[in-house]
Design a protein around this ligand. Structure first.
Ligand SMILES: CC(C)(COP(=O)(O)OP(=O)(O)OC[C@H]1O[C@@H](n2cnc3c(N)ncnc32)[C@H](O)[C@@H]1OP(=O)(O)O)[C@@H](O)C(=O)NCCC(=O)NCCS
Length: 135
């Protein structure tokens, strides 16, 4: 059963400005080491594009998760974005892995699978997440 969906768009030029701020802890606070390393390693050398779409995926996941509680209070006030990780298989297919507090809180919904699709083109990066209850 589909519990909820979430979508998010990131404006790439604004995202690049945010990454370029040397005083910002944004990257470390938002992305796992694996996300940073894999984005840096992409052919084409445009890590910001890959990080932007991963940021969109985290936001889209949060919308879907919150959507599953429609009409009720959210279960967490603040979320560590590094607890929501985009991993890619050797063919580039993305998937979401949840960690820490987020994984524990989502588990209260039962057996839930988060499906994700990513796209980036020009100045936009988009992510779409579907939360599926499997029990
Ligand atoms: C999947 C495919 C359409 C992606 O096209 P694209 O225009 O490069 O994709 P976009 O630029 O819109 O989006 C890029 C994102 O798509 C995702 N993606 C890449 N390959 C994917 C795949 N095979 N399946 C699902 N998502 C994929 C990635 O998350 C990527 O972002 P990232 O590199 O930052 O992780 C293209 O790689 C393709 O045609 N692959 C062949 C797949 C196929 O025919 N398989 C047979 C059926 S199994």
């Amino acid at each position: 059963m589909i519990l909820a969906v979430g979508v998010d768009t990131v404006h790439l030029p604004s995202f690049r400005d945010q990454l370029a701020d040397p005083a910002s802890a944004f990257v470390i606070g938002t992305f796992t080491v694996a996300e940073r390393v894999s984005s840096e390693a992409r052919p084409g050398g445009d890590a910001a594009r890959h990080l932007a779409v991963r940021f969109a995926a985290k936001e889209a996941f949060l919308k879907a998760w919150d959507g599953a509680y429609w009409g009720r209070e959210p279960v967490m006030e603040t979320v560590e974005l590094t607890d929501i990780e985009v991993v890619s298989d050797p063919w580039g297919r993305p998937s979401l892995q949840l960690h820490g507090e987020v994984a524990r809180a989502v588990a209260k919904l039962g057996e839930v699978r988060a499906h994700v699709s990513l796209s980036h083109d020009g100045d936009s990066a988009v992510a779409f997440v579907t939360l599926e209850a499997r029990s």
